[in-house]
Design a protein. Sequence first.
Length: 429
Amino acid sequence: MKSKINTDYKIFWLGQAVSQLGSSMTSLALTFWSYQQTNSAMAVSFMSFCNYLPYILVSIFWGAFIDRSSKKKILIISDTIAAVCTISILFSLFRGSLALTQIYVVNAVIGFMNAFQSPAAAVVTGQLITDGNYEKASGLNSFSSNLIMVTAPVLSGTLVGFFGVRLVLALDLLTFTFCMITLFLVKPRENPGRSKAHHTHAGRKNREHIEFLKKEPGILYLMLSLALINFFSRLTYENILNPMILARSGGNAGVFGLVNSMMGAGGIIGGIIVASGKKTKSPYKMIYLSAGISFLLGDFTMGAGRNVFAWSAAGIFASLPIPFIMAGQNALLYRTVPENIQGRIFAIRNGIQYSTVPIGLLLGGYLADYVFEPFMASDYTAAVFLQNIVGKGAGSGMAVMFLCTGLLGALSSVLGYKNRSVRNLTSST
C-alpha cells in the first residue's frame, strides 16, 4: 500500500515553506538595497558571512538545549525574533535611517536563531512523519526550497522595482503570521526523554549524543563526508558560477537567468520524484551515487560547455540529484538517531556540514581571480591543453575549476560510498 504524508506534516511544511519564501524575498531585497547603497560586492558578501558565522558556532554547542526544550516553542520564539528584526529594518526604512551596520547585526541575530530553528524543525518533521517515509517528506522540502529559489528572485526583484523594499518586508511579516497560525495548528510530540530522572542523571544525559556517535561512527563519517561535498559545491556553484556564465556569455543577463532557472527546475523535478517515490532500502547508496552523478555530469558539463544549451543541461544534471542526497541523509538520521537526542545530533550535523561553506566561498573567489584565470591566460603546456576542452578567454579558468570539482567531488562520493561504518548504518536501521 502506498504511504501518504499525514495532514499535520502538510500543514507544518506549508507554513515553513511560506515563511521561507518571505525570508528569501527579504534577503534578496536587502541585497539589492545594500548593493545600490555601496556598489560593493564585499558588502553583500559580508551579509552572508554575518549570517553563517553565528549559525555554525551556535549549532555545535546548543543541541542539548533543543532536546530539553519544547520544539514548538523554539520555532515560535525564533520566528518571532526574526520578525522583530524585520520590523526594526522596516521602521528604519520609514525613518530613512537604515544603515549597513544594522543589516549586519540583524543577519547575525537571524543566523543565531536559525541555529535553534533548523534542528528543532528537523525534529518536528520526524515526529510528524508517522509512517517512517522520511524520503517523501524530504522530497517535499526539496520541491518547495527549489521552487522558492526560482520564484523568490523574480517576485522580490519585481516588487522592489515597482514598489520598493518596504513592501517586500511587509509581505515577509504576513508570511510570518501565516507560519505562526500553522504552528499553533500542529501538535508534535514533546520531549520523550524528559522525566524526573532528567535532573538526577543530567550529566549522563548531556553525554548521550557523544556516546551515541562513538557507538555509531558512521553518522559522524556521514557528516564529515557531506561537509567535504559541500565544500566542493560552494567552491564553484554558489561562488563562481554566475561570474563564469556572465564572462563566457559576454555579460548576457538572459543566459545568466536561464541557467539559474534550469538549476532550480532540476531541483524541483528531483523533489517531485523523491516525494512521489517509495522508501529506499539503501539510503547511503542514494546519497553517494546521487552526489557522484551530480559532480560528474553537472560539473564536467558546466566546465566543458560553451553555450547556453550545455550550461542549462549542466544545471539540471547538477541540481536534480540534490533532493536524493538530502532524502537519503534524512532517512539514515531519522531511522538511526533516538528521538530524545535528535536535537543535538541535528545541531552537530548543521555545524559540521556548513562549517566548510565560508571557506569554500572565500577560497573559490581567490582561486578564480589569482590562480586559475591567470593560469588559463598563460601559454603553459597544461593551459594550452585545457583550452582544447573548455575554450579560451575570460571565464576559462573558472571553467577549469568546475572540471576540478567534478573530479574531486566524485572522488569524495566514492570514498563516502566505500566507508564501512556508513554502509553499516543501513543494516542497523
